[in-house]
Design a protein around this ligand. Structure first.
Ligand code: ASP
Length: 439
């Protein structure tokens, strides 16, 4: 068995946390490949090292004094090294980083140093080989991840390697310049490494005991999901459910490698298994509920729209021209509605409207803002009658006006549009009916 283990920032925020991580890795000889994040927050008012690096580099890029901030970052690492009784020194590394900051090596380079340095400490602490991610993870010059090249180089590099630490979050462009994934991207690195070594399992260690049925900021103490499929997870993470980066499933999905979300602070908990397919039925018909605020509905009316070939395409062209991604598109006979994210749309709304007029000559366009989308996701819905009925009666009981309904043909999710103000109540009422009362 080969296990790849990725540890998030809060699991590596201090020497105490490093010790827990060390114990977890040493406990199981199959845990051979380790992907660390940068040190995260030690307490709620603390700052993540990645954020400190962004701030520090911003000063350097403006030609301002940055060495004081850089010294504070070094202190974070030094206290971990000291707490672990290691004899290594990061003096030379910081001298190089400081020089590169002065030379304006770029924001990505700066942010990546958080993982890079933590990887050096982790490798020294475990006695594992350190492999710089810039040598094995590749992007093209536009920053697109090169999955085949990476897999080829990384598999060859790890083939004869017994144990290694590969820092998360970054790689390099073909020119050699360091490039990062988006925030939280160490999850993706863990998945890439798992694919390259054909891991039996990808363990993703964080600070919660798995994926929760709903957001703990909305539902007090939500139930943990024991097993979830990649597709369900994708739907939930796209709609804002945290824990794992939404792109992290792609590399492992290619190989059918399960992901196990685990809690560094409660290693005895089994956490959540993320799998391709399973015969385990979810405990509550639905697997999870997630949602996001901040959408706009653009309602377009045109008599005889139904018989006009190419009408939708012409409307959508207007959004494409302004680089706005479309979330949902429910339609009627002479109407169609386009849901987009408010933050993408706000600055460009008048241009988009005139482009719709130019391309599609509608009778009327109306904009409704401050909407929220709630996604109820579950593989169990396909084989259960009345799920939609229960959702909508729960919403009706809570006196919530439903503005949009979208059920994909996969019957894996039902998306409901409500006003931003009803968002939390909508999630609570759906959670109550399925989980609390188990209807
Ligand atoms: N350290 C990076 C961040 O804070 C990447 C990661 O932790 O996954 O976003």
């Amino acid at each position: 068995m080969i296990k790849v283990v990725k540890f998030g920032g809060s699991s590596l925020a201090s020497a105490e946390q490093f010790k827990k991580v060390g114990a977890i890795i040493r406990e199981d000889a199959d845990r051979r490949f380790v992907v660390p994040s940068a040190p995260g927050k030690r307490h709620s008012r603390d700052t993540k090292v990645t954020d400190m690096l962004y701030e520090c580099y911003a000063l350097a890029a403006e030609g301002k004094e940055y060495t004081g901030k850089l010294a504070k970052i070094k202190d974070r690492y030094d206290s971990i090294i000291k707490g672990l009784d290691l004899t290594i020194s990061l003096d030379n590394e910081f001298a190089v980083i400081s020089k590169n900051f002065k030379k304006k090596a770029g924001t990505d380079y700066a942010a990546s140093r958080g993982e890079y340095l933590n990887g050096i400490i982790m490798a020294a602490y475990l006695g594992f080989e350190f492999i710089d991610a810039a040598e094995v993870i590749f992007f093209d010059e536009h920053g697109n991840f090169l999955s085949d090249k990476t897999n080829e180089v990384l598999s060859a590099r790890l083939e004869n390697c017994e144990h290694a630490v590969i820092p998360g979050f970054y790689g390099a462009k073909e020119s050699g310049a360091v490039h990062t994934f988006s925030r939280g991207g160490s999850d993706i690195t863990g998945s890439i490494v798992s694919r390259a070594v054909h891991a039996t399992i990808y363990e993703n260690w964080t600070d919660v005991s798995g994926f929760l049925v709903s957001d703990p900021r909305i539902i007090e103490n939500p139930a943990v999901i024991h097993t979830i499929t990649y597709r369900e997870l994708r739907e939930l993470s796209y709609m804002g459910a945290g824990v794992l980066h939404e792109d992290a499933i792609f590399p492992v999905r290619k190989e059918g490698i399960p992901i196990n979300i685990r809690n560094t602070n409660a290693p005895q908990d089994p956490g959540t298994m993320i799998v391709e397919s399973t015969c385990h039925q979810p405990e509550y018909t639905i697997t999870g509920i997630a949602g996001l605020r901040g959408f706009v509905a653009v309602n377009i009316d045109k008599d005889m729209m139904n018989s006009e070939v190419g009408y939708c395409r012409r409307v959508l062209q207007a959004f494409e021209d302004y680089d706005i991604s479309i979330e949902h598109m429910p339609s009627g006979i002479d109407t169609m509605t386009v849901f987009v994210q408010q933050k993408d749309f706000e600055g460009k709304e008048q241009q988009v409207l005139s482009a719709i007029h130019k391309y599609a000559d509608p009778d009327q366009i109306e904009i409704e803002s401050d909407l929220a989308l709630v996604a109820v996701v579950g593989r169990g819905m396909k084989s259960t009658r009345g799920t939609a009925g229960r959702i909508f009666s729960a919403l009706a009981h809570a006196q919530i006006n439903v503005k949009m309904i979208d059920q994909g043909s996969s019957e894996l999710n039902i998306i409901i549009g409500v006003s931003n103000d009803d968002f939390e109540r909508a999630i609570r009422s759906i959670y109550d009916i399925f989980v609390e009362t188990r209807l």
